[in-house]
Design a binder for this molecule. Structure first.
Ligand SMILES: Cc1ncc(COP(=O)(O)O)c(C=O)c1O
Length: 463
């Protein structure tokens, strides 16, 4: 029997040329793409028709185990997933990554640097390991790191928080998101998301049984549609999830937008969960934390991590800052998700967060140079490039090149040009909304960025 993968009709149609393999779309999968040859998930299907497509066999973990009699015969197993994750249908990222490897493509898809983090932070980790800081940490973080987070939060937002009662250390921002959602959202609670969005929000909200309402941010400026927001937020809303600077668009929420969101939250007694992992990659305007707006701290969980700011995405050190009554829920979930986060890395992270201002100045300067290479390059190639104010992403309109949709374009780009981008339809509740847009990242060294631009200049032709 062949295992079946299913995905949304929309995606399946878009993917027809690639449908020889099942795949997963998640940033996390992408990061692991080189080391995993199999996958077993996921794609959303929100109120849309779905169908099941039979494709070539995808090995499950069980299948790859040797048979008990010692022979190498493998019994195919149907893929299994709990109901709450069933709606996440199979998508295209595995194909993208596999194709990337197959075609030797330059990867401007994956959102992690191809250069290393700073020596002083790596040295601090080595020292902590040598000093024997290797056993379980206190559940909500080692005191040194909680204090460093509180210090940084004060510097960034002006708010004084109690490191013992209002800071929770997590295993990456991903866990902060999970602990916040699972700790504070009840099944059936309404949560508002801005689309496009980082994919783990929707999956985690689904695991919590939340009722998701999406509001779409549209090009060219991806501004918050204020009227739609006003008519969507109500007394039934439990929380709004925001991400600024925003993956994938590079949008930064303006003070005006944040003020509108804040006043709606206060009026309707709504919580805000804010993902600020790109706060130090704010280029065109100053980053504004929702928690710093008047009367907002008491209803806000601010989530962040070390990965982007220190080019150490593999360390998975994150945190959530929230008033004690919300921290309670976050910590309850955290206790049973991971309980504690890597001890020596917390010591090193304490050193990182106390980096001198010059570190952040240099970081921005370096990223501005990378951004200029990619953005100018993409314009020269002929893309319509949308402004990116923060993050290390830029979104472009690929339609001048005549491909049907974002997935077809990305497939063409990998196979015929040798460059990887990310189709954005996967970041929407309704994939149609992202079909003209693809995301590139500039968190790569300058040589890599220039080579990618050269390849595109050479081989991409407007239709
Ligand atoms: C918006 C956003 N939030 C959270 C994360 C995950 O952060 P971490 O690696 O610290 O779990 C990412 C990673 O790509 C991201 O883009």
């Amino acid at each position: 029997m062949q295992p079946q993968c299913s995905w949304t009709r929309t995606h399946a149609q878009m993917l027809r040329p690639l449908s020889h393999k099942c795949s997963v779309f998640s940033e996390h999968w992408l990061k692991a793409a080189h080391s995993h040859s199999h996958s077993h998930s996921v794609r959303r299907s929100h109120n849309r028709p779905t169908f099941r497509a039979t494709m070539s066999t995808v090995p499950t973990r069980k299948e790859s185990l040797p048979a008990q009699d010692g022979s190498s015969q493998k019994a195919p197993q149907p893929l299994q997933v709990a109901k709450r994750l069933e709606k996440f249908k199979t998508t295209i990222f595995t194909q993208m990554s596999m194709l990337a490897i197959e075609h030797g493509a330059i990867n401007l898809g994956q959102g992690f640097p191809n250069f290393d983090g700073p020596e002083f932070v790596k040295e601090a980790a080595i020292q902590a390991i040598k000093d024997g800081k290797n056993q379980y940490a206190r559940g909500h973080g080692i005191p040194e790191f909680n204090a460093a987070i509180a210090e940084r939060f004060k510097k960034d937002t002006g708010l004084v928080v109690d490191p013992e009662k209002e800071v929770t250390v997590t295993s990456g921002c991903t866990e902060a998101i999970a602990a916040t959602i699972l700790g504070l959202i009840n099944p059936g609670d309404e949560v508002i998301l801005f689309a496009p969005f980082y994919d783990s929000y929707e999956a985690t909200l689904s695991m919590a049984g939340a009722k998701i309402k999406g509001i779409t941010l549209r090009p060219p400026d991806f501004a918050v549609p204020i009227d739609e927001l006003k008519s969507t937020v109500s007394k039934n809303t439990r929380a709004i999830l925001i991400n600024t600077p925003h993956n994938p668009t590079g949008k930064m929420f303006t003070r005006e937008e944040l003020n509108v969101i804040a006043s709606l939250c206060i009026e309707n007694d709504v919580l805000v969960f804010t993902d600020e992992v790109y706060d130090k990659l704010a280029f065109e305007m100053d980053h504004i934390s929702m928690a710093s707006l008047p009367s907002m701290y008491d209803r806000t969980v601010t989530m962040n991590s070390l990965g982007k700011t220190f080019s150490l995405t593999g360390w998975k050190i994150g945190w959530a800052v929230a008033p004690p009554h919300l921290t309670w829920g976050v910590r309850q979930a955290h206790s049973f998700l991971t309980f504690a986060t890597s001890t020596p890395m917390q010591w090193a992270a304490s050193v990182a967060l106390r980096a001198p201002d010059s570190y952040y100045v240099e970081l921005k300067r370096d990223y501005l140079a990378k951004k200029a290479i990619l953005v100018e390059g993409l314009k020269d190639v002929g893309f319509k490039v949308f402004p990116s104010s923060g993050t290390y992403f830029v979104v472009v309109d690929h339609t001048p090149f005549g491909l049907d949709d974002d997935i077809a374009f990305c497939e063409y780009l990998i196979k015929e040009v040798g460059v990887v981008a990310i189709p954005t339809s996967v970041f929407y509740l309704n994939p149609e909304e992202g079909k003209n847009l693809v995301r590139f990242t500039f968190c790569k060294d300058e040589r890599t960025l220039r080579s990618a631009v050269e390849r595109m200049k050479e081989k991409l032709r407007k239709k």
